[in-house]
Design a protein around this ligand. Sequence first.
Ligand code: GCW
Length: 714
Amino acid sequence: MSGLALILLALVGAGVAHAEDGYALWLRYRPVGQTWDARYTAAATQLVPAGGSATITAATSELNRGLRGMLGAVPGQAASVSRDGAILYGTPANSRVIAALDLPLKGLGNDGFVIRSVRVNGHRATVIAANSDVGVLYGVFRFLERMETREPLAGVDVRDAPKLKLRMLNHWDNLDRHVERGYAGLSLWDWFTLPEWKAPRYTDYARANASIGINGTVLNNVNANPDILRPRFLKKVAALADVFRPYGIHVYLSANFGAPVAIGGLKTADPLDPKVQAWWKAKADEIYRLIPDFGGFLVKANSEGQPGPQDYHRTHAQGANMLAAALKPHGGIVIWRAFVYSAQNSEDRAKQAYSEFKPLDGKFADNVMVQVKNGPIDFQPREPFHPLFGAMPHTPLMMEVEITKEYLGFNTHLAYLGTMWAEVLDTDTWQHGQGTTVARVLEDGKGTGLTGMAGVSNIGNDRDWTGSEFDQANWYAFGRLAWNPQGSAEAIARDWTKMTWGENPQMVDAIVGMMMESREAVVNYMTPLGLAHQMATGHHHGPGPWVHNLSRPEWNPVYYNRADANGIGFDRSATGSDAIAQYAPHVAALFGSLNTVPDKDLLWFHHVPWTYRMRSGQTLWDSLIDHYDKGVATVAQMQRTWALLKPYIDKQRFDEETAFMEIQHHDALWWRNASIAYFQSLSKLPLPAGHAEPPHDLRYYEAIKTPYAPGQAE
Ligand code: GCW
């Protein structure tokens, strides 16, 4: 035996071959074990693909990969079903056999699919059919997911289609590979070696996205460098589009509105100037020559220093429509962000997006979508839903959520965001009567067919993609909720857990339990009872409730907490900024009254005295302290639960999460102590019995600086 073979054997013997580092994501395809082996093997004896497109080839290769991993062998491939247990996949257009099965494909659109146990040529078979090859690929991933989550295949009958058309990731990746608000290493896109080198990882990225139905990706930061639109970069973009195409993923770019000036040599970017219009038209033509299925532009305009139509006294609609006209002949769209607030505007920041965009309803071209963050301020651990949902009856709205945890503890805090997004999606806006939930608003394309959800990506070039194992769950949950905004956060967590950690039922229950309470824990130790934006300056790592000296008032945490000797909270009721008036009357009344406002939103909508009596009978002050301590206690409980799971989990992933939870516990205590020290300096109240005083004085916490925290904006 050669020396190398010996070394390899020794490595396998030491278990190295089984070490897991998270690279495989939820597509681990581990052996299914005895209970399932025979049953699944009987249902996967032969692959019968219909058609030979790149997408069908990708489906075949995924089936081979999955079945090899889970069952230890790859079934043979055949042109027609010739034995029991065949898997037949394709479209009726490419297979007479599938057409003859007369499956209920009508109404499933391009992306839906049917998976069904059938008989073909006298044999038992499973058919995976759709109206398009991409639909078939989605069906194949669902089939493999059933095996990964140990669902029976015998008698399978699944019919599913996405409720939203665009299911997109927004990468905030810069051209130098720094990722704004990225906590998972550098950007995946190695612009320097593209287009020649198409790293295999790009394909794995596409596989992961396709497995959860994501069908669009914006490659670059919304704080957009105009250089991405130069020919040299467009070739690189085209190379990525080529890799993603078989997986049904369209590429989009963030466009800098000032590009005609910055790289086009024009003196203006005024959307009404014919030269500017011609420049964008030529640019669109150039892009589509390279990327025929290019998706379109995402634009952050007149927001946080970005150029936009208002620089030329034009409206957001005029700006968006000018770009839309350039893309229209090619079938592209403009996604225009509603995340605007201005230093010159003294209006409550929570009101500004609505004030700006509501009057523009009906003024956008039919290939424009307005992208609205889930809450009115900015991706906080908890916000009420954005008042624009349901308020623009003539404009297709896309919801934007932040998968990367800029405000929820970066990659080291365990916070499952499925519950946060489901909370927003399930909320009733009452805009068109009872039952107009945010999910329903998103599902309604206003007759244009344009519906969608966008998630700010948490993906980087870390080996495990997202900087922690549990942050993979947020990528996964985003895809699942974008596919079905009415999906259950708990069911999604359960599927992800089985695929990521294993099938042991006690372990699955324990992990799902942790995930389901994790986001509320973060809310409790960072910003309980409706507080928001209390994070330290710039990087947003750690607490900074005392910060009051930043140049723009609405960048200061004190702007949001409004804490003083008398009390705390932002009065957005009719006696205050009246932000409640932007909601439907039923919701405005609910939020506007102290008798009905949910505790979780109290300080978002009301300023109350420290001694205010909560409905529980507790004072606000005591309740606040309770919440901070509950947050810390939940993290401690998660640590204890995790420790018990050690026997079930591979060493590297177990050790990493153990360490991350130590960091989380430390940070939770830091948040709790610093926040209490600051608020106590104003309230002058003692802590309720049983709650410890912060170990240090306020100055100590104010002096903590973390200048090298990752993911900063540049
Ligand atoms: O939450 C804020 C972030 C910025 C980001 C901005 C936005 C890309 O702190 O880094 O800029 O939102 O959404 O535009």
